[in-house]
Design a protein around this ligand. Structure first.
Ligand code: SF4
Ligand code: SF4
Length: 168
């Protein structure tokens, strides 16, 4: 991710102010790149290219386009280990949420995420129901899964998440 050279022309000095405008992400500017978050991150262990310390640095440097357009901000497993261990009290998990909201509004949400949102609105279930599940439930005398996402759809529409499009 940071193996590529940093180009001065890509730096947006306003990016970190855009991020810290959200209260939950205030502490990102206090990051001193110690790497404690990365050392404890289970996703980094599985995918070394995902690196919270580097992402925090990229935000503070103003690498807006690279942070928002690459898939890494969507890798997080939401375990909160990074924020519990950060000596600077950076709520990195919250920072990621802010970044994901900005990225989604600009069309950078992963297509699978947008499809899952549509699926939840239709059925209330994140994953499409498979025929094998239906049969297995019948065999186990379990009640059928109800395909009703009305309540979820209301919440999704209230937050305008249903308006999110993916860049082609
Ligand atoms: S643990 Fe905190 S201060 Fe250290 S690199 Fe991560 S975010 Fe920055
Ligand atoms: S919350 Fe996300 S970034 Fe933080 S340690 Fe867990 S997986 Fe890594």
């Amino acid at each position: 991710m940071l193996d590529e050279p940093i180009r001065l022309a890509e730096l947006d000095p306003n990016f970190r102010f855009e991020v810290i405008a959200h209260e939950a992400a205030h502490e990102i500017t206090a990051c001193f790149s110690c790497g404690t978050c990365t050392a404890g991150c289970p996703i980094h262990e599985a995918y070394p290219e995902y690196d919270p310390r580097k992402l925090a640095r990229m935000v503070n440097l103003g690498m807006r386009e690279r942070v928002l357009s690459r898939p890494y901000i969507w890798y997080c497993a939401t375990c909160h280990t990074c924020e519990q261990r950060c000596p600077q009290k950076v709520g990195f998990f919250n920072v990621l949420n802010v970044l994901k909201n900005i990225a989604a509004a600009e069309g950078y949400a992963p297509p699978s995420w947008v499809n899952q949102t549509k699926q939840v609105m239709q059925t209330g279930i994140v994953f499409a129901t498979e025929e094998a599940w239906v049969k297995r439930r019948e065999e186990l005398s379990l009640p059928p899964l109800k395909g009703d996402g009305k309540e979820a759809a209301k919440l999704i529409q209230l937050t305008n998440v249903d308006k999110i499009e993916v860049r082609r």
